[in-house]
Design a protein around this ligand. Sequence first.
Ligand SMILES: [Zn+2]
Length: 282
Amino acid sequence: MEFIIIVALVTAVLLLHRPLSALFNKLYISRQQHKFIECETFYHSVVSKYIRYYNRLPLEDQRKFLFRTFLFRKTRRFHYLEVKESAEMPILISAVAIQLTFGLDKFMLNYFNDIFVLKDDYHYGFYSRPFMGHVDQSGIYLSWDNFIKGITGQTPNCNVGLHEMGHALAYVTFITETEEDKHFKKEFKNFSKVARPIFATMQEGKRNLLGEYAAVNYHEFWAVSVETFFENPVCLKHELPELYQAMVSLLRQDPLQMRSGSGKTTFIFKSPRQEEGFKLNA
Ligand SMILES: [Zn+2]
């Protein structure tokens, strides 16, 4: 009899796990949306001041962008190392993560609970050259002065925030496998079919728009491709059109379509499930 009860309980837990977690998620999102309304104006004022990408989004997508930014920010622990904390910092760092993942279903970069903000270039490990940012098992590290220069376009092709979030997205997808976006993981194989040969020619000494640092290893090639895709899409599409198109398919967004000012949605291949996503999963 006991055995039957245990089997029945295990079966019930297995059967109810998915609908119950979906219900809890729905309740959680609903509660967070109420909290978000209270600070939406402030988020908008901060993000619209610095993030050009956000200002090019249609109104409906701007709300979705801010809500995702809000959810990302409130689930992180931000640590400030020798830099004066401001209310803008965690919002802008979260916004850059959302910019990268805006076309994907999964955007929380779960695993990275801690984000470290440093004042400027810093030394890390045994490397002799200074770092602008890095990602390791302990968290995401960003130098604030470089971060600001990147989002305000003061450093052509360079956006350290996007670069490190690119590493973080690859990390949670392929290393910790803590937040796998099904589309991203599957499409990355197609991206690599295009990207690997370009990377190989760079390792042989050929130079292109991506610059020398992208030839260091394939991780850096990916992170630099992310930066260039958002910061210099016109030149990337002109010089490496197949790579540009592979990025569009992988991230499910096209920065050049946004620039047209057509007012259309920035996403491609947008499925009905994604439309629901904002209501249920943000
Ligand atoms: Zn890197």
